[in-house]
Design a binder for this molecule. Structure first.
Ligand code: PLP
Length: 320
């Protein structure tokens, strides 16, 4: 793509300056970190002249949407292994619209289903390419190592060194890539992943493994660089709370920025709490908007119901 996403000032928070890098505005299929990762994965797909891409993800997966759309772009088939779950989402509808075929299975059967699907395709004479769920893997790591270079360019051009980078961390691949970028450039920026699902022990181990996998076993890096915070899980993947919803509404109304309840809204809210609890002040802070715009719309009824309640209360007050 070779397009640098915008970085802009958002707000002053507890005497820190908060900036945002808008990867949600990447110009492919509603953007997001999965668009950045897919760019590199699909280079491999084309190098290997694969004719079908297989991946894994849930119904709210941004990764599945992007993968399906990348496949249609190059005229390749796309098969998505997915847990059998109910409920429609905009990502699932979009992924269906983008011609993906779904194979449902239980969570326990995921890896066996993937293997079975790949071997069946090969037996049919097809050339499948497998992309791990969430765009996990070296291409994903590299994509965010490259994004780190963009951040450095912004820092140099504007004279704004970032003390902290915050982001929503899921598989941790995005965070691993940023840490690799930091490692290569010897900067002091602290990279803080706000976990949206995983607990600290597993989440940080996967990040360390991704970094090692990318740098190779001989390169020494300090594992203390991996800051993975699981204090704001709010009960697990996709689970929200009042404060997260307040944050989403406030960011939209004050700054015109859509955040979603699974990833960016949860992480932005967690970042604010972390800043307060750690007593961080006087710092330049960059939040990476990792996308997920269709998920914003999944939750819009709930958000607007809240506003309706507030409006009813307002009318009650003024009619007194
Ligand atoms: C997938 C996703 C993440 C998490 O990215 P990882 O690299 O898996 O940690 C964060 N935000 C959004 C919007 C995502 O779709």
């Amino acid at each position: 793509m070779n397009i640098r996403t915008p970085v802009h000032f958002v707000e002053q928070f507890s005497s820190n300056k908060i900036y945002m890098k808008r990867d949600d505005l990447l110009p492919f299929s509603f953007g997001g970190n999965k668009a950045r990762k897919a760019e590199l994965f699909f280079r491999e797909v084309q190098k290997e002249t694969a004719d079908v891409v297989v991946t894994y993800g849930s119904s709210s997966s941004n990764h599945c949407r992007i993968t399906a759309n990348k496949a249609t772009e190059i005229g390749c088939d796309c098969i998505i292994i997915t847990p059998d779950e109910k409920g429609n989402t905009f990502n699932r509808d979009l992924t269906t619209l983008m011609n993906a075929k779904f194979i449902e299975c239980s969570v326990e059967e995921v890896s066996s289903t993937i293997e079975k699907t790949l071997s069946e395709l090969k037996a049919e004479g097809r050339t499948p390419y497998f992309i791990p769920g969430g765009g996990h893997g070296k291409c994903g790591t590299e994509a965010y190592c490259n994004a780190y270079e963009e951040i450095l360019t912004f820092e140099k051009e504007t004279g704004t060194p970032f003390d902290y980078i915050f982001l929503a961390s899921g598989t941790g691949t995005t965070q691993a890539g940023l840490i690799v970028g930091k490692f290569k450039n010897h900067t002091k920026t602290k990279i803080v992943g706000i976990s949206i699902a995983r607990e600290k022990v597993r989440g940080s181990k996967v990040i360390r493994d991704s970094i090692r996998d990318y740098l190779g076993p001989d390169v020494l890096f300090d594992s203390n660089e991996v800051i993975f915070i699981d204090d704001y899980l709010s009960g697990g993947y996709g689970k929200g709370n009042d404060q997260i919803e307040q944050t989403i509404i406030s960011m939209l109304l004050k700054h015109g920025i859509p955040l979603d309840h699974i990833y960016t809204g949860k992480a932005y809210c967690g970042m604010q709490q972390y800043i307060l609890s750690e007593g961080i002040t006087g710092s330049n802070i960059l939040f990476i908007h990792t996308g997920g715009t269709p998920i914003f719309f999944d939750n819009i009824d709930k958000l607007s119901d809240r506003r309706k309640d507030e409006y009813t209360n307002f009318k009650r007050r003024i009619s007194k």
